[in-house]
Design a protein around this ligand. Structure first.
Ligand code: SF4
Length: 350
């Protein structure tokens, strides 16, 4: 599997590549110069399960803020740089654990060299990122449009620029909002390099479309054993990105842990507000660090049978529901106490 054979890259105190667990990333949407606001958001992301955080560093104030932010957070921080190589250097001097650059937009070779020299002195990895929106004109012309082949060539060209400067502590990312182009680009890239890959679908959209595009795209890519760290990009609260990323990894059996909620689709037999109850359960279980499956079923007739694969479940009936374990009815529960009883069971779960 590609992922097992990628090089290991150390980002702060975490490692990616070489078969290490796929780490979940997100990006802050605060002004990085706003230390308090940025730290607050990162701590919320950490609590949700974020393992690497990226912050934009567009100004020298933002680069200096990195130092203070790092003192108050517990996960590696990646500085995202566009255009100004001095910001990349300043971010590293202020403690960034990794930088993300597009060598194509930070100036000439001398400037890239200055960035690489600083990275080498401090052994800081560089993520070389290319994006379908900024593919070079020559490659667009060569491949008759923006294509997976063009994106891969662009990424490998940029990697080569840095390799030629004698540095190979690298991670690569190729992003496209076209899901299938992104999939193809990763397949091609995985055949041609052994650097760890940061995978994501860019500009995926709002919660609804972004989640579907990311789940499909990342699902296909990760299922092939490609990808060492992921970011789900959503137009919304970045905490949602973490929840989605965790769910994608869990669905692919690439992560364990956390309560999985299964719920029936409801039908004419449903006798309670199952949609409301399932949503309440989904929020409630997040507090419990258990690795179990919880079922929320809409009726007492088929609910127990359909919840057979779950460790514990509740089924709603008119005025009275059921508590179920492994498909066996444990006892009847008044309808308005189903959530509370489930909570007690989880609190006492051994
Ligand atoms: S568990 Fe009951 S309510 Fe839910 S889909 Fe099955 S039959 Fe319908």
């Amino acid at each position: 599997m590609y992922r097992d054979h990628t090089r290991v890259v150390q980002i702060g105190d975490r490692k990616i590549g070489g078969g290490n667990p796929i780490l979940i990333q997100s990006m802050t949407n605060t002004k990085t110069e706003d230390i308090e606001g940025t730290v607050k958001q990162i701590l919320a992301l950490e609590a949700a399960g974020c393992e690497i955080i990226r912050c934009t560093v567009p100004t020298i104030e933002a680069a200096r803020a990195v130092k203070e932010i790092k003192k108050q957070i517990h996960i590696p921080l990646v500085a995202d740089i566009h255009f100004d190589y001095k910001m990349a250097i300043a971010a590293m001097e202020n403690g960034a654990d990794k930088i993300r650059i597009n060598p194509g937009n930070i100036g000439g070779k001398e400037k890239i060299k200055a960035v690489v020299d600083t990275a080498r002195e401090r052994n800081i990895p560089i993520r070389v990122g290319v994006n379908s929106g900024s593919l070079e004109k020559e490659l667009v012309k060569k491949y008759d449009g923006v294509t997976a082949e063009g994106l891969v060539e662009s990424a490998l060209d940029k990697v080569k620029i840095i390799e030629d400067l004698g540095y190979d502590n690298l991670v690569i990312s190729i992003k496209s909002s076209d899901v299938m182009m992104c999939v193809k680009a990763h397949e091609l890239l995985a055949e041609q390099t052994s650097y760890p890959l940061h995978v994501g679908i860019t500009e995926a959209g709002t919660l609804y479309s972004g989640n579907i595009k990311s789940a499909v795209g990342l699902g296909i890519i990760l299922y092939q054993g490609i990808g060492d760290t992921i970011r789900v990009s959503l137009t919304g609260d970045p905490v949602e990105e973490i929840k989605s990323a965790k769910r994608i990894l869990k669905t692919l059996n690439l992560r364990k842990g956390g309560v999985e909620v299964v719920s029936c689709p409801t039908c004419g037999r449903t006798q309670i507000d199952l949609i409301g109850l399932a949503n309440q359960v989904e929020t409630m279980v997040q507090e419990f660090p258990l690795d179990i499956k919880v079922a929320v079923m809409g009726c007492v007739v088929n609910g127990p049978g359909e919840a057979k694969e779950a460790d514990i479940g509740i089924a709603g009936g008119k005025g009275e529901g059921l508590l179920i374990k492994k498909g066996e009815i444990v006892r009847k529960v008044p309808e308005d106490q189903l959530l509370q009883v489930l909570r007690q069971e989880l609190e006492n779960w051994k």
